[in-house]
Design a protein around this ligand. Structure first.
Ligand SMILES: Nc1ncnc2c1ncn2[C@@H]1O[C@H](COP(=O)(O)OP(=O)(O)OP(=O)(O)O)[C@@H](O)[C@H]1O
Ligand SMILES: [Mg+2]
Length: 436
């Protein structure tokens, strides 16, 4: 799914700051300075936040970058051309809205030791916009450090006679993206446990960006294709080209041009251009529904009422008996129904209209941990799920019934569940029935 660039009125800052000097290879001059101006309503050279009566000085990402970026390697274009066999098509592993990604091998620092396998993103040559995204990515990834964020190894910038070249070198992620594994039938279906683990860790990554850094970072492009998976299927967020610093001090939001991806961007942000961390929370809610349903947020080739995932799932609310109908058929019965309901409820809370009523990402993390904990308790050692009675459904208020009638209803309900179970799970379900 491609990103959109929908430009609205831009609130210009009184002072425009410069991004740090990123080493740029210009013809023969590798150290030529490269500066780009940054537009942001909150950009002042030093920002001040008032917290619990005291005044704290906050440094911007630019300042943090200057302090921490020494670890990034600066590559020459020829080094990266060599690393990818001249950007050989056979080594191309992906293509996004901003450029192509190649698998390559680079020498370790100092030139000694085994070659390192990396992913190299070569940005499209679309001038200033591409350059801006490249700068954002280098700055943000140069500053952040978290097990659930992709590691940037280095970069390359060339301003030559044939235009500008901007490249990024990342750690290589063996298992492509969550998008590939959820939607591409060429891959085996992702198990329920793995889906939950992936969203939990991705939530950790977002919570770190929003709440654990000296500056708040809003990711702005959270979606399944930006959740990369390593060899153990551990997720790492990638693509910081659209990331922005969050509001500081008295500000409640950052005013920006609206950019993001259709199907994932929060409606309030699209309408107003007011960006907050809660815009990411909305996108996270969308991905929660994607892992439940195995459907993309937008699927143009489906019948009209099913094209927009969020509209479609509204017809099967978490508290209705119909809820199970939205579940990814590739999961079979290998998931906990009550955990799925809890995930849908969590997704709904991320998708409320009013941004301020959405949970913080740290709250989302806690809720996911709880759901996984309970879901784990319901999982037997062979990986199948024990069936417990569903959460109460609120379609009709329960009639007052005697004990035997209630037992009968429960039996009928379990029998209905039994129609959906197979193999070991069915046997466990039968044992539960006998014990009643
Ligand atoms: N570090 C990496 N390691 C391995 N594969 C990667 C890496 N980074 C990207 N890829 C692959 O390249 C694909 C394209 O990534 P890219 O970020 O360019 O585009 P996208 O996320 O699909 O779309 P968009 O540009 O709209 O964000 C990814 O889906 C992934 O399969
Ligand atoms: Mg991407």
């Amino acid at each position: 799914m491609k990103c959109f660039h929908y430009f609205k009125d831009r609130t210009k800052s009184k002072e425009q700051r410069s991004a740090p000097i990123l080493k740029c290879e210009s013809k023969s001059d590798i150290s030529a300075a490269d500066r780009v101006s940054k537009s942001s309503c909150s950009a002042t050279s030093e920002r001040v936040a008032k917290s619990s009566g005291s005044t704290t000085s906050l440094r911007s990402v630019t300042e943090l970058y200057e302090e921490r970026a020494q670890n990034l390697r600066v590559f020459s274009f020829s080094e990266l051309a060599r690393a990818t066999n001249n950007f050989n098509r056979l080594l191309k592993i992906g293509e996004g809205g901003f450029g192509s990604v190649y698998k390559g091998t680079i020498k370790p620092v100092g030139g000694k030791g085994d070659p390192i396998v990396v992913a190299i993103k070569k940005l499209n040559r679309d001038g200033f916009q591409g350059h801006k995204q490249w700068v954002a990515e280098v700055q943000f990834l140069g500053v952040v450090e978290h097990p659930n964020l992709v590691k940037l190894i280095g970069y390359c910038a060339v301003d030559g006679e044939r235009g500008i070249q901007r490249l990024l070198v990342y750690e290589f992620m063996q298992n492509k993206s969550l998008e590939d594994h959820l939607f591409n039938r060429a891959y085996p279906a992702l198990s329920w446990e793995r889906r939950l683990q992936i969203v939990l860790e991705a939530a950790h990554g977002l919570a770190y960006l929003h709440e654990e850094l000296e500056v708040q970072v809003i990711f702005r492009d959270f979606k399944a294709s930006n959740v990369l998976l390593d060899e153990d299927f551990k997720p790492k967020l990638s693509d910081f080209g659209l990331a922005r610093e969050g509001p500081t001090g008295e500000h409640t939001h950052v005013s920006t041009a609206v950019v993001g991806t259709y199907g994932y961007a929060a409606p309030d942000y699209i309408e107003t251009g007011h960006l907050t961390a809660k815009s990411d929370v909305w996108s996270f809610g969308v991905v929660l529904y994607e892992i439940l349903t195995g459907r993309r947020s937008l699927e143009r080739d489906r019948p009209r009422p099913e094209q927009k995932l969020l509209d479609w799932v509204k017809q099967y609310p978490a508290n209705s008996r119909k809820f199970g109908m939205i579940m990814d058929p590739r999961l079979g019965n290998q998931y906990s129904h009550s955990a799925a309901v809890a995930i849908a409820r969590l997704a709904d809370s991320c998708l409320v209209k009013s941004a301020r009523d959405r949970p913080k990402m740290s709250e989302v993390v806690e809720k996911l941990k709880q759901i996984i904990h309970v879901s784990g308790e319901l999982t037997s050692p062979d990986g199948s799920f024990k069936f417990v009675e569903d959460d109460p459904v609120d379609e009709k208020p329960p009639k007052k019934t005697g004990a035997s009638e209630s037992a009968k209803r429960r039996m009928a309900h379990l029998a209905k569940l039994g129609e959906r179970v197979g193999g070991v799970s069915r046997r466990r379900f039968m044992i539960m029935q006998r014990q009643m």
